[in-house]
Ligand binder design. Structure first.
Ligand code: NAP
Length: 257
């Protein structure tokens, strides 16, 4: 059980999040993903039980995206009665249609996406919205309208925090002045973005970790999670699971440093 004492502040905001969050790719999408094993999308009853368990374990942070098929809609329905308890992050830029991803970082797509996320998640304000990069971070940051559009939506009060989820080390740094939080890959096999975590510490930006278990390829999940959760500068580690036993194991195996 994660105690509120161990919650961490998300960047310079007043939002407190559990050091482990729940990733929701597998809530809605099982095509065009790279997990080790095929899986069935959980039904609403299974998801409700998983979300109830997450809350019992002290998790208060869930990450979703339009690219995770109907994950947002499912979360909106299942969390409608407890919206205030949760910190929810979603994304813009990557979209899922006919079993595949496509990308659009235009102002119009960003506006439409935020309106849809507000509706899907049944909320008046989105806690955190990441740019869901296609990997060409320099182009996304310097040559598209996405960050300026998110700033406009933040100014209108529809978004609390702007985030960037990219793939590069140095190109992501170009977003430093425009975002509050970075979503960064960190696991024992891939530490290429560690310099970005260090820059975030310097600039007081929040750091949310993705792929801490190497998307399911990690052999020692307990060591991998503790490595990421206790890494200097990390705010929260988003673990993707649809297995209640794994969720429990991930929380009970935490060793706070
Ligand atoms: P991950 O969290 O590193 O790994 C998830 C995989 O690990 C799942 O297949 C899960 O399977 C397995 N797993 C979890 N706990 C386990 C345990 N205790 N023992 C054995 N296996 C375990 O990878 P991820 O899902 O790619 O990333 C996490 C989240 O980060 C995503 O859900 C998403 O929210 C976010 N993300 C964002 C981006 C982006 O912005 N570009 C990219 C990737 C991920 P079970 O379901 O069977 O537990």
């Amino acid at each position: 059980m994660i105690s509120k004492r161990n919650y961490r502040t998300l960047g310079e905001s007043d939002i407190l999040v559990s050091p482990i969050g729940l990733g929701s790719v597998k809530f809605g999408r099982n095509t065009g993903v790279k997990y080790p094993e095929a899986f069935a999308i959980p039904d609403d009853d299974d998801l409700k039980a998983l979300l109830d368990l997450a809350r019992e374990l002290g998790i208060n942070y869930i990450d979703t995206a339009p690219a995770y098929a109907d994950s947002e809609t499912k979360l909106g329905k299942l969390l409608a009665h407890s919206r205030d308890y949760w910190c929810l992050s979603t994304k813009v830029g990557e979209y899922y249609q006919s079993g595949r991803s496509h990308y659009d970082f235009s102002a119009a797509a960003t506006q439409t996406s935020i309106e849809a996320s507000l509706k899907n998640l049944r909320t008046d304000v989105l806690d955190l919205v990441f740019v869901h990069s296609d990997g060409d971070d320099e182009r996304v940051i310097t040559q598209t309208d996405v960050l300026e559009s998110l700033q406009n939506l933040k100014d209108k009060g529809l978004i609390k925090l702007i985030g960037y989820s990219g793939k590069s080390e140095t190109e992501c740094l170009l977003a430093m002045n425009y975002v509050d939080i970075f979503m960064i890959t960190l696991n024992e096999q891939d530490q290429s973005q560690v310099p970005l975590i260090q820059a975030c510490q310097q600039y007081n930006k929040g750091v949310v970790i993705k792929k801490a278990l190497a998307s399911g390829y990690s052999t020692d999940t307990n060591a991998a999670l503790n490595f990421a959760v206790n890494f200097p500068g990390v705010t929260s580690v988003i673990v993707g699971t649809i297995n209640p036993d794994h969720l429990k194991e991930n929380v009970t195996g935490l060793v706070a440093e």
